[in-house]
Design a binder for this molecule. Structure first.
Ligand code: DAH
Length: 345
């Protein structure tokens, strides 16, 4: 019996040593140490032994069991470790390989133009102001000297949400809001870039949503010559020092007098061509001296304070500056168009 146990131990240990997988190891465990295994079988036969032999044999049997299971456990950790190592080796990544290039976008041409205009005015001491795109009829029209039923409201076909709320048709309501906030005190020097909306059919020169930049200066002794000087600096910095400007009389309900500013055509040097419709001049923006009614409605004493304002469309400016022929290009996000404005930044 003793012999048999020793044999079983040697046999089992050899099999364990040679085992190549966890499944095989488990099969060996069941075969040798399980209830139906040979060791259990040997132990069952212990009843036939004498009282002196029995404890000796019992101890030996336990030793054999112990030795086999220790060996199995050792082998198990060895196999598990090998499996982990194999997995790690299989999943090794070469961190030195170059990555896939990520496509990098660039600033939208409109964003660029707006930032350029902002920088130019910030350099002249202006601050940036913003207002809501969903606006009250009061700020969009009434506070700008356009009472309900005023015919000039037709100049700006509007998207109304309720009787009193609409999508702003221009950035001029930010003027009214800023003046109201200053509670009748100057000075104010702001520009307000933002989106505006009109009930227009989209074509090469119209878009139902576009952008505007509004400017407003309020203070004591602000004159038309200040407006003209400011616009001249703007035009020359934006389009080149060799460009001339001219102011033409115009009408806006919120300014008096009102003007439109043209710049001399770069294409033909002012002689007339198809770009300037043979006039030598290109219209850039609307402007004027803030109407006393607008000042008074915002709480200013129009005898003490005066101001000038202007409004321009950055799309138009970008179109002229870059020779873009269709306003829709700004909004259709065609990468072939956008790519042309990508510069290394
Ligand atoms: N709000 C005008 C428009 O959308 C543009 C404009 C003209 C703004 C004259 C002004 C201004 O501030 O003084 O057509």
């Amino acid at each position: 019996m003793q012999e048999r146990l020793k044999e079983l131990q040697a046999e089992a240990i050899q099999k364990v040593t040679q085992a190549v997988g966890l499944k095989e190891l488990n099969d060996i465990r069941v075969a040798y140490l399980g209830k139906k295994g040979p060791i259990t079988e040997v132990l069952r036969g212990m009843g036939k032994l004498s009282a002196e032999e029995r404890p000796v044999m019992g101890a030996l049997a336990n030793e054999v069991r112990e030795a086999i299971s220790t060996k199995i456990e050792e082998k198990q950790s060895e196999l598990e470790e090998a499996a982990v190592q194999a997995k790690l080796a299989a999943e090794t990544i070469d961190v030195t390989l170059p990555g896939r290039p990520v496509k990098v976008g660039s600033h939208h041409p409109l964003t660029k133009i707006i930032e350029e205009i902002e920088d130019l005015f910030i350099g002249m001491g202006y601050e940036i102001a913003e207002g809501p795109e969903v606006e009250q009829d009061y700020y969009n029209f009434e506070a700008l000297n356009l009472p309900k039923g005023h015919p000039a409201r037709d100049m700006q076909d509007s998207f109304y949400i309720t009787e009193e709320i609409l999508l702003r048709t221009h950035t001029s309501p930010v003027q009214a809001r800023t003046m109201e906030k200053h509670q009748g005190k100057g000075p104010i020097k702001i520009i307000c870039p933002g989106k505006v909306y009109r009930r227009d059919n989209d074509d090469a020169t119209h878009s139902h949503q576009f952008m505007q930049i509004e400017g407003l200066v309020v203070g004591e002794n602000i004159r038309m010559s200040d407006l003209k000087g400011t616009l001249e600096v703007f035009a020359k910095k934006m389009f080149g020092a060799d460009r001339e400007i001219r102011l033409r009389p115009s009408f806006f309900p919120f300014t008096e007098p009102s003007v439109e500013m043209d710049i001399s055509c770069k294409m033909c040097g002012g002689h007339g061509c198809s770009v300037c419709k043979h006039t030598g001049w290109i219209e850039i923006l609307g402007a004027g001296m803030v109407h006393p009614n607008v000042l008074e409605m915002a709480g200013y004493d129009a005898k003490k304070y005066s101001g000038f304002a202007f409004g321009m469309g950055p799309e138009r400016i970008a179109m002229l500056k870059y020779g873009i022929d269709d306003i829709r290009h700004f909004y259709t996000d065609d990468v072939r168009f956008l790519k042309q404005f990508a510069v290394e930044e």
